[in-house]
Design a protein around this ligand. Structure first.
Ligand SMILES: C[S@@+](CC[C@H](N)C(=O)[O-])C[C@H]1O[C@@H](n2cnc3c(N)ncnc32)[C@H](O)[C@@H]1O
Length: 237
């Protein structure tokens, strides 16, 4: 299967459209079923020499994914600022309250990821995470995104759909667990645009020193981790 990037319906619907609201609910269930928050939290804990001060999620959607990650980290990591960047402004007050309850703060940034990464290069983050986000971009754009992100972080963790016939088959069955038509369309499109092998690694900037890992994870997922080699996360504190 060659990688094929197509528009996703959730990206085009107005945030308050009932189908978009239902699809984001489906996305929360699918993230839970795929165990992505646990995967990302585990990688972050393994990677950080010290608790980070800032974590940013690019393409954070309604913010519930980073909150689920934060819930797994909060016992060890206190006083972290979670930066939630998305084109849409859809983070509910109860999600922000969820961060406060953990002793974390949250900052919302409504912006296009390319504009934001290019615009404020002085802002740097201990950890950058992305979940079901990189697959939105064709390789040329993705290379640019990874290059910009790599200048701003010490640790980059991505959890994406695996582009495999079995995963494509399962994504066609989401009606069985009640997912709506938007989710069903976007799930198939996401798998076709997903990753295998070392495809993300091949787009990561070559010139700098990074420890890179990329692999299939669990049944449906594909993960990429980049750790700045000569610097431990949290060293800047
Ligand atoms: C599939 S959703 C994933 C949301 C979240 N990461 C999660 O797992 O629940 C992808 C998100 O990327 C956002 N997005 C797509 N293109 C973007 C861009 N160029 N800049 C910022 N956000 C973008 C969409 O608005 C959407 O919220």
């Amino acid at each position: 299967m060659n990688r094929r990037v197509e528009p996703e319906l959730l990206d085009e619907l107005p945030p308050n459209d009932p189908d978009a609201v239902a699809s984001r609910r489906d996305l929360r269930s699918l993230n839970f079923l795929m165990g992505h928050a646990a995967i990302v939290a585990r990688v972050l804990l393994e990677s950080a020499a010290q608790p980070p001060r800032w974590i940013v999620e690019l393409g954070a959607g309604d913010g519930t994914f980073l909150l689920a990650v934060a819930r797994r980290l909060a016992r060890q990591w206190r006083n972290v600022e979670a930066v939630l960047l998305d084109r849409q402004n859809i983070v509910a007050e109860r999600t922000r309250a969820g961060f406060r309850k953990l002793g974390w703060t949250s900052k919302l940034v409504q912006a296009d990821v390319f504009d934001w990464l290019a615009r404020s290069p002085e802002e740097a983050f201990d950890c950058t995470i992305v979940n079901l986000f990189l697959h939105h971009f064709p390789d040329v754009r993705l290379r640019k995104l990874l290059s910009l992100a790599s200048e701003r972080t010490n640790c980059f963790v991505a959890c994406e759909p695996r582009r495999a016939p079995t995963v494509l088959g399962v994504s066609g069955l989401l009606w069985m667990i009640g997912c709506n038509s938007v989710t069903r369309h976007d799930a198939v499109a996401s798998v076709r645009a997903g990753f295998i092998g070392e495809e993300i690694m091949a787009l990561w900037p070559k010139e700098s020193l990074w420890d890179l890992r990329e692999s299939e994870t669990r049944l449906f997922s594909h993960c990429f981790v980049a750790l700045r080699a000569l610097k431990c996360v949290g060293d800047d504190k």
